[in-house]
Design a protein around this ligand. Structure first.
Ligand code: AMP
Ligand code: ZN
Length: 141
């Protein structure tokens, strides 16, 4: 499986840095975003290092999309947002800051006027950790 020693998500996959892990299987991992736009904002990521949608293998894409849909359903059950986006950025101009493919699972509220630049300020780790536990409870088999 390809890995980049300088990539923060590869380090999470390898267990070298911590995360609020929601789900893991052979090909994918999902964890909470630590600079969230909204409660329940999390990420679905292939374990292998692919930079973007242009380089990810079809198999890894399918596996990551399956995980994103499954985790999105659990987030929806947990925080019951008014809506939810799956967002995926490719390249700096599109807002990509971590160059390891990922889907954002991005809960929305009526009138939140979300911008794709939400400031990336640190969230409350207690709140993020508590939400991670609740979302895991709601993961369907
Ligand atoms: P993007 O800007 O679309 O590339 O999204 C990258 C996301 O990764 C941002 O929302 C960051 O908050 C998030 N992020 C960066 N480092 C970490 C980390 N160590 N744990 C969890 N989320 C992270
Ligand atoms: Zn990586």
């Amino acid at each position: 499986m390809s890995s980049d020693p300088d990539c923060i998500f590869c380090k999470i996959v390898a267990g070298e840095i911590p995360c609020f892990k929601l789900y893991e299987d052979d090909q994918t991992i999902a964890f909470m975003d630590i600079n969230p736009f909204s409660d329940g904002h999390c990420l679905a990521v292939p374990k292998a290092h692919f930079k973007d949608v242009f380089s990810i293998s079809p198999d890894a894409m399918a596996a990551t999309a399956r995980t994103a849909a499954r985790v999105a359903t659990a987030v929806d059950a947990t925080v019951q947002p008014d809506g939810l986006n799956l967002i995926q950025a490719n390249g700096p101009a599109a807002g990509q800051t971590v160059f390891h493919f990922h889907f954002h699972i991005f809960p929305r509220a009526d009138g939140d006027r979300a911008s794709l630049d939400w400031g990336h300020s640190p969230g409350n780790m207690d709140t993020i950790g508590a939400l991670a536990e609740q979302i895991k409870e709601n993961l369907a088999d």
